[in-house]
Design a protein around this ligand. Structure first.
Ligand code: PEP
Length: 249
């Protein structure tokens, strides 16, 4: 059985004091949450303060990005080791906003996934199609290509240990959620793609999240589907009460 995983992506929100207040409230509200991995992904500058506030809770820490090099002249970047150093266990890789605004490609996503795994972080690898691609009927071609490229060169064990987040771009921050059936269809396709390359055993272990306007009132239906193992939550993760309801779907 795959353990559900609900992750909050804070994006460019919250200074340290706000992040600390948020997780202090969230920690209390989710103290009784069982059989679910809870992750929050704050900005780099708030990681240390949030990590300290997470002591004694069942909430894990993730970052929103990393660089693949281990050190050197790469101004503005952070490594997996630096993220481990501030208590991160997870890292988002290839979020559509990074692909769109910061020129991330399938190739750099693959390098980041490898760097995360080598650095003992669990990558949450984001994939998903645009509205134009969905309307053109190319969702599977595009998502299949993104998944294969992101996982290229990994071992079966590595693939079984990471998380894939299916996030249709047209559903992110738009209030327009994919229906549970639409989301499950693509998550099942992603699992078949993983099985094709790494075998069914591996695919059965890999956790696949859905992301895109997930809220307290749609999480239960999404989590009831066969191939959805959790959610990557943006806007709704900024409110402790709302996010706690999602965590306790
Ligand atoms: C996201 O940022 O990954 C996301 C899914 O955002 P939202 O939940 O706000 O659509």
């Amino acid at each position: 059985m795959r353990k559900p995983i609900i992750a909050g992506n804070w994006k460019l929100h919250n200074i340290s004091s706000q992040g600390v207040a948020l997780v202090q409230e969230l920690g209390k509200l989710t103290a009784d949450a069982k059989n679910v991995d809870i992750v929050v992904c704050p900005t780099f500058t708030t990681l240390t303060a949030v990590a300290n506030a997470l002591h004694g809770t069942n909430i894990h820490l993730g970052a929103q990005n990393l660089h693949w090099e281990k050190k050197g002249a790469f101004t503005g970047e952070v490594t997996a080791e630096m993220l481990r150093d501030v208590c991160c266990e997870y890292v988002l890789v290839g979020h559509s906003e990074r692909r769109q605004y910061f020129a991330e490609t399938d190739e750099t996503v693959n390098k980041k996934v490898k760097a995360a795994l080598e650095g003992n972080l669990v990558p949450i690898v984001c994939v998903g199609e645009s509205l134009e691609e969905r309307e053109a009927g190319t969702t599977e071609v595009l998502v299949g290509k993104q998944v294969k490229a992101a996982l290229e060169g990994l071992t079966k064990d590595q693939v079984a240990s990471l998380v894939i987040a299916y996030e249709p771009i047209w559903a992110i921050g738009t209030g327009r959620t994919a229906t549970a059936d639409q989301a499950n269809e693509v998550c099942a396709f992603i699992r078949r793609t993983v099985a094709e390359v790494f075998g069914q055993d591996t695919a059965d272990k890999t956790r696949i999240q859905y992301g895109g306007s997930v809220k307290a009132d749609n999480i239960a239906e999404l989590m009831g589907k066969s191939d959805i193992d959790g959610a990557l939550v943006g806007g709704a993760s900024l409110d402790a009460v709302g996010f706690s309801k999602i965590v306790k779907f």
